[in-house]
Each structure stands twice: as structure tokens, then as C-alpha cells.
Design a protein around this ligand. Structure first.
Ligand code: 5CA
Ligand code: ZN
Length: 416
């Protein structure tokens, strides 16, 4: 699947402080730990959209969080193998298309195109590989067959042809999300699982392959018969086939921690025989509106495209989303946007100045804050201080305004 065009990312000077090592909070260990990438590319898989509605600010915030990791690594002169998926066939997509009397393929294509446009406007570096679930079905079917052959999966005996993963064969199951069984059962029911379905060996067993149903799209699954893949195995197979058995970062919003990421990791470990599936399970907080998580099913959405249509500068949207830490659940309000707009205009004014306080020092501090689990509130405070001083005519560094402009562009993705 086509990705989107890359923004120009300036190369920043190296300084005496040397390269920083990015550390990220890992949900499994429940601590911030350095991502150890030496002499090889960093590998990152981020769960992308299910394209049945437009990109909202929650999607944007999550994509921006992982874009920052990408930028920190690139600034450290690392290559980044970044893969993102599109869930271009799934129940919600089929249901929306049926509701609106639309072809589901066309709906998915249209919303994916809009997502690409929004990503470009927000200056998000595209993944190296942007991969649809549909184009990956032959590989996914082969891996489901491998799980069956390896004793990690079973065919439900009700004539549907549905295949389930057996969590009893996954010794580490639950280790990513650190949840109790009761909590896992509750979330599985709430987030697309089917703990109540009769005939499963364990209520937590997730679907790997859904046999053909009347009126639903289906593909040739080889030994599995016609059908379509379960959701979690799609992400496992796309990630592992392109990035290897153990990846550095498995990312997405914290709504995916359980069951999606837990199950994807369990599938991956069962397939490769290696643990962990990812050294860092990284989760962005939920953006909410009017006190609730912004979600397509609730319909409480602010679309990036709508803000763009209203003439809001995408850089102000980006700055607004960077104002709080990526891991915090937070609310989108008019004030959050207004603060982003005011900050953008002050920063733009300041980099037009002839002199300012030391630019290289700011660059070093910015690198240090971002390497510490992407501390954007800390990073923004450093730039704010420099901007305040510059607008108050402090400082004597003639190169500083240019250095700050480049640093904010390369590291924060904000074009001033
Ligand atoms: N296609 C699946 C992942 S394989 C999916 O969750 N799609 S999505 O369209 O619902 O979400 C796309 C990405 O945005 C996911 O990483 C998800 O965790 C994240 N996301 C969804 N809603 C929000 C929100 N309100 N705030 C922050 N991130 C969100
Ligand atoms: Zn996913």
C-alpha cells in the first residue's frame, strides 16, 4: 500500500554532549528503559487506523508520539525501520459500509487517502512500509496454519471453520498488560473479543481465522478454507515478516494494550519461539472530548481534516497535542488549541530575531528531554524559556534563531 510523502527533516549539528539514547516506558516492565540499538536499525511497528471514518485528534496524537521516537533516533544517526498497518477489512468497517449502503473497499480507500493527507499536514514522517491487512492475507493464513501445526491453535467444532489461539500454550500471556484475569475477561468482551462463545478452550482465546460467512468477504486460506484473519494475528504477521522476530517497539494507543497487543505478542512468541515479541511495548494515552475517550463508536470526534478545513494551522494542532505527555490520557478543548496557536505564533516571532540566548545549549537540552521517554512538556518549556528571553532582547548568540528553528523542526516536527 502507498505511504505518504515525507516532510523535509533537517540534519542537526552534533554537539559536545554527544548522542542521546532514547528511553521509553515499557508496559510489560512498567518502567522507563533505554532502547538498545547499536549497529543496526531501530525497529518499530505501530498499529494504524481502521479506515471507516476520518482521522481524529486521538489518532493524530498517537501518530505524533511515535513520530517523535522516529525523529529522536534519526537525529542520533540511526536508521529506523518503521512499519504501520491499515486494518482494511474488519467488522466495524463492513458494518459502516452496510449502514451507508457503500462499497466497503471504496470506503476504506477514501478514509485511508484522507489519513495520508492529514499525516502530511501534521508533518509526520511516513513509515518505510505501510501495509494493508488484505494484501497480507496469504502470509497470515500460512502463519495461522503454522500455529495449528505447532499445537498453539484449534478449529472450533461447530462447523464454522473458525480457528482460535490457545492462550494455555502461551506461558507469558498477561505479561504485557499486567492485568488480572477478571480484568482481561472484562476488556476482551468490551474490545472485540468473544469470551462467551461456546466451544472455546479458554474464554480468553482470541480468533485467528474466521471461516466464510454468507454475505461477508472471504479469501482463500489454503488448509484453513475460505475466510478472513482475526485482528491480532494480522499485526503479528505484518510486524514479524518485515521487522524480524523481536522488535524494539510495538506501539499504539493504550486502548490496544489488552487484548490486541497482548494477543499479538503471544502469537508472535508462539510463532518464533522467542521472547519477548517486543523489548518495548509503548502506549500513548487517550485523547478525549467532553470527558469521554474520542472514538468512532461513540461519535465524539474532532477531525484533523475539519480543523484544516476551518483554516487552523496544522502546526498549531501538533503543538497543542505536544503540550502534555504522550502517555497521559487527556482532553481536547478549545483552550488546548488556543494555547497551541499562541505558542506557535510566539515561537515564530522569536526565531525572526537577530540574536538570542545560546542555541546549541537549547539543542542539547531538547535532545535530553526527548530521550527521556519523549518528555514534550519539558521540551516545550525549554523552547518557551528561550522564546521569552529572545523576545525580551536577552542573549547574544547570532546563530541561535536559526539553530532553534532547525531543532524545533527536526525534533518536534514543528515548522516555524
Ligand atoms: N486498526 C486498529 C489497530 S491495528 C485500530 O485500533 N484502529 S483505530 O483507527 O481505532 O486507531 C488507530 C490508532 O489510533 C491506534 O494506535 C489506536 O490505539 C489510536 N487511537 C484510537 N483512538 C484514540 C484516542 N482517542 N486517543 C489516542 N489514540 C487513539
Ligand atoms: Zn494492530
Amino acid at each position: 500500500m502507498d505511504s505518504w510523502s515525507a516532510p523535509a527533516v533537517p540534519t542537526l549539528p552534533r554537539t559536545a554532549a554527544g548522542a542521546t539514547t532514547l528511553a521509553l516506558f515499557d508496559s510489560a516492565r512498567r518502567e522507563i528503559a533505554p532502547v538498545l540499538v547499536e549497529g543496526r536499525p531501530a525497529t518499530m511497528y505501530v498499529c494504524g487506523i481502521t479506515p471507516y471514518d476520518a482521522t481524529h485528534l486521538g489518532h493524530a496524537a498517537t501518530m505524533i508520539a511515535f513520530d517523535l521516537a522516529n525523529r529522536v533516533w534519526r537525529d542520533a544517526r540511526l536508521e529506523v525501520d518503521y512499519v504501520q498497518n491499515v486494518t482494511d477489512v474488519d467488522d466495524p468497517l463492513l458494518e459502516r459500509a452496510a449502514r451507508d449502503g457503500e462499497d466497503w473497499v471504496v470506503l476504506a480507500m477514501r478514509e485511508t487517502a484522507l489519513f495520508r493527507e492529514d499525516m502530511e499536514a501534521l508533518r509526520i514522517i511516513p513509515p518505510k512500509r505501510y501495509v494493508g491487512a488484505v494484501e497480507s492475507i496469504p502470509q497470515i493464513a500460512r502463519q495461522v496454519s503454522a500455529l495449528l501445526a505447532g499445537g498453539h491453535a484449534y478449529v472450533l467444532e461447530d462447523g464454522t471453520g473458525d480457528v482460535y489461539f490457545s492462550v494455555a500454550t502461551a506461558p507469558g500471556f498477561g505479561g504485557e498488560s499486567n492485568l488480572s484475569r477478571t480484568e482481561m475477561l472484562r476488556l476482551a468482551a468490551e474490545r472485540g473479543g468473544d469470551p462467551q462463545r461456546p466451544g472455546k478452550r479458554d474464554p480468553l482465546d482470541p480468533l485467528l481465522w474466521r471461516g466464510l460467512r454468507e454475505g461477508e468477504p472471504a479469501w482463500d486460506g489454503g488448509d484453513l478454507g475460505p475466510g478472513r484473519p482475526g485482528w491480532h494475528i494480522e499485526c503479528t504477521v505484518i510486524a514479524q515478516s518485515l521487522l524480524g522476530d523481536t522488535i524494539d517497539v510495538q506501539g499504539g494507543g493504550n486502548d490496544l494494550l489488552f487484548p490486541h497487543h497482548e494477543c499479538s505478542a503471544a502469537h508472535g512468541e508462539a510463532l518464533s519461539g522467542k521472547t519477548p515479541f517486543a523489548t518495548h511495548y509503548v502506549h500513548a494515552g487517550m485523547i478525549g472530548l467532553d470527558g469521554d475517550k474520542m472514538s468512532k463508536s461513540k461519535g465524539n470526534l474532532v477531525f484533523v481534516s475539519r480543523l484544516r478545513g476551518d483554516g487552523v494551522d496544522p502546526m498549531a494542532v501538533r503543538l497543542a497535542l505536544l503540550a502534555d505527555h504522550y502517555r497521559n490520557d487527556r482532553q481536547w478543548t478549545d483552550d488546548v488549541l488556543k494555547t497551541g496557536q499562541q505558542r506557535l505564533s510566539r515561537w515564530r516571532q522569536a526565531v525572526k530575531a537577530g540574536v538570542g540566548p545560546a542555541g546549541i545549549e537549547l539543542l542539547e537540552q531538547l535532545r535530553e528531554r526527548l530521550a527521556d521517554d519523549l518528555d514534550t512538556p519539558g521540551a516545550l518549556a525549554i523552547v518557551d524559556n528561550w522564546v521569552d528571553a529572545t523576545l525580551a532582547d536577552a542573549g547574544e548568540d547570532r546563530d541561535a534563531p536559526a539553530v532553534v528553528r532547525l531543532a524545533v523542526d527536526a525534533l518536534l516536527g514543528i515548522k516555524l
